[in-house]
Design a protein around this ligand. Structure first.
Ligand SMILES: Nc1ncnc2c1ncn2[C@@H]1O[C@H](COP(=O)(O)OP(=O)(O)OP(=O)(O)O)[C@@H](O)[C@H]1O
Length: 633
């Protein structure tokens, strides 16, 4: 019997399941469900696969359920040898998790390998369609294994092709013109650009303000110049700019244009008129599928160069779709900050590529190092290290967080450098006392400015004031969550500002968060705006866009909510002058190094952390460990 396993998996996942089903499940599955490690949905999918595949060994079913769970948690596979130590469950202690009847790894792996549900990694894709795949100790839902293989083989194929033909002298001259001086003393931006000219795939990684966008604009001008020099044909390279979210795409387009405006006429022409789109739009939506696109292996994208910004937010599935839709002779430039929170879906491809284990000793790169361009790299990953935008305490704190050095982070916060404040609390106490009063003052100051500008009809000023301070939370719900803190802020503002919110739903000064992409108004999920007084005293929602703000009638806004506080996840890709971060208690599973790093690096001038030292330590001790085979050499 042949079973369409992907379809079976989808329908099992979509099926309404009985949340109590796990109570009918037996043995291991039941114990792991009761303990909170497995969700009833994981149990449901695993038992469905087992029923279709005739598998009844409890530890194999447990492994299957853990593979389903892994995807829910952003990993593309589960490492059975270490899962016992790495599983983190909301509100459940390590000891309780550890006390479960975890199978002994060696025998567990053997029994999984022997199961009819599991294909070995050595089998080629599709040779032996089974729902699960065991490759080097990592258990995958086969679909994600295939996607990982695809990403791996597409990247490998591009490494093995003869490198793009480039006139070295012309490249040198263009690099000197476009990258005149680099105060970092390392010339990393120049190295990144040289790599992009010499390689089919380049990864440009770096924290905020390290010049990624600036480099992208210059890379495009450089590639156009070198291409003209190659005389391949008179036509300019076809360049696509893309990002995972609409908001990020809009920012990329604006930023590239702004950098292009600083170029001389010829280079400016190279980037003029470039627009950016979401990856979904680039690949072409299809009504009949959420995971397939119009552009694919049989209908490739027409571009010579594709630049993807904010790549940290790109899932494995999306990266696989992009790579298979790219022409083999298209250059791909992946840009982003690998230390930020990753995609909400499974996979952290950028982090995997940047942090992947080094090749074993003796291995030589498939493509020899480009000579004579000063790139000084044999790799196609360039990490920009010099921060141009902000320095001082915030940058130091970001580095300590990134390194997981809690002592350094705490001493920076406690040292109060002027940029940093620590509103230290007891481990299980929400912000109170002086720290709460300071937060209130920050919120009220910023809120007053927003309202004053909004009431005066000064949309640009209101938007600037809106970004002067942002309250960030890890959680959505509960005493540390966005919902709670939004209502606290609303109360503070009502007490402090005369007539606040008196006009009803669309009151002037209401801060807005767009919650779904709306192509008609050009507003994207995650955009923030503010209600201002428009002509004739009508309320208008103002949103920042490159030049003048766009003003939209509230009736045209399909999906917005009030934003007095936002989750760190939603804040990705935005920057504010000051950021206040409310940390949840130390046992919150959302507390991770990436969360704190993302929050801290949203701030331009000041960061206040409200929470306990224990919570900060817990976060920094927990880098998000997304299991994946790509990270291994
Ligand atoms: N080589 C350079 N010399 C001087 N200033 C630079 C250089 N590169 C970038 N900058 C400046 O640093 C600031 C940040 O650059 P850019 O916006 O390109 O960084 P980024 O890494 O894209 O940041 P983010 O990820 O936060 O958007 C800009 O003001 C830019 O003009």
């Amino acid at each position: 019997m042949s079973i369409a396993w992907d379809d079976a998996l989808d329908s099992a996942a979509d099926e309404p399941y009985d949340a109590r089903l796990a109570l009918r499940a037996e043995g291991l599955l039941r114990a792991f469900n009761v303990a909170g490690v497995l969700h009833a949905a994981d149990v449901h999918v695993a038992t469905t696969l087992a029923r279709l595949g005739g598998e009844d060994r409890p530890d194999v079913l447990l492994a299957a359920a853990l593979a389903v769970r892994a995807v829910r948690h952003g990993s593309v596979c589960v490492d059975l040898a270490t899962v016992r130590q790495t599983v983190v469950v909301d509100g459940v202690s390590r000891d309780e998790v550890d006390a479960l009847a975890w199978p002994e790894p060696a025998g567990w792996l053997d029994r999984c390998a022997a199961s009819d549900l599991v294909a070995p990694g050595a089998h080629p894709p599709d040779a032996d369609a089974r729902p699960l795949r065991l490759d080097a100790g990592l258990l995958y839902l086969d679909r994600y294994w295939r996607q990982e293989q695809l990403v791996r083989s597409e990247l490998q194929a591009r490494e093995e092709r003869p490198p793009p033909a480039v006139d070295g002298e012309r490249l040198r001259v263009a690099l000197e013109r476009l990258f005149p001086q680099e105060p970092d003393g390392l010339g990393l931006q120049t190295a990144a650009a040289a790599t992009a000219a010499r390689r089919w795939v380049t990864v440009i990684a770096g924290g905020p303000g390290t010049g990624k966008t600036t480099t992208v604009a210059r890379v495009i001008a450089l590639l156009q110049d070198v291409h003209r020099g190659a005389g391949a044909d008179a036509l300019a390279l076809r360049v696509a700019l893309a990002a995972p979210t609409g908001k990020a795409a809009a920012r990329l387009e604006e930023a590239v244009r702004a950098v292009g405006d600083t170029f001389g006429p010829r280079d400016r022409a190279a980037v003029a008129g470039l627009s950016a789109s979401t990856l979904h739009r680039l690949l072409g939506r299809r009504r009949d599928s959420r995971t397939r696109f119009r552009h694919d292996r049989t209908n490739r994208l027409p571009y010579d160069v594709v630049v993807v910004d904010e790549t940290s937010m790109v899932s494995l599935t999306m990266m696989a779709r992009l790579l298979e839709a790219l022409r083999p002779d298209a250059r791909l430039v992946l840009v982003g900050d690998p230390d930020q929170l990753a995609s909400v879906e499974a996979g952290a491809v950028l982090g995997d590529l940047v942090h992947r284990a080094p090749a074993p000793a003796g291995a030589t790169p498939a493509t020899p190092a480009p000579e004579g361009d000063g790139s000084g790299t044999t790799d196609n990953v360039v990490v920009l290290r010099h921060t141009y935008r902000f320095g001082g305490g915030i940058a130091e704190l970001a580095r300590a967080v990134q390194a997981g050095d809690a002592d350094a982070a705490l001493s920076l916060l406690r040292g109060g450098s002027g940029q940093l404040t620590f509103g230290e609390q007891a481990p299980d106490a929400p912000p109170a006392g002086a720290a709460l009063e300071e937060l209130r003052a920050a919120v009220v100051d910023a809120g007053r400015d927003v309202v004053a500008a909004a009431r005066g009809g000064r949309a640009a000023d209101a938007l600037r004031a809106l970004d002067a301070h942002r309250l960030l939370c890890a959680h959505r719900e509960g005493p540390y969550g966005v919902d709670h803190w939004s209502s606290v802020v609303e109360r503070w503002l009502a007490e402090a500002v005369d007539g606040y919110a008196a006009e009803g739903e669309w009151y002037v000064g209401r801060p807005l968060l767009v919650t779904a992409n709306d192509y008609e108004t050009g507003l994207y999920n995650g955009d923030t705006g503010v209600v201002v007084r428009g002509d004739g005293h009508t309320a208008r929602a103002a949103f920042a866009r490159g030049g003048d703000p766009v003003l939209v009638a509230p009736s045209r806004l399909a999906a917005v909510q009030t934003v007095h506080a936002m989750t760190v996840h939603k804040s990705q890709g935005s920057q504010f002058d000051r950021v206040s971060l409310v940390l949840p208690p130390p046992d919150s599973p959302l507390l991770t190094r990436e969360l704190v790093y993302t929050a801290v690096t949203r701030a331009r001038t000041a960061v206040t952390v409200l929470g306990s030292a224990d919570a900060l330590r817990a976060a920094l001790a927990r880098p998000v460990a997304r299991a994946s085979g790509l990270r291994r050499a």
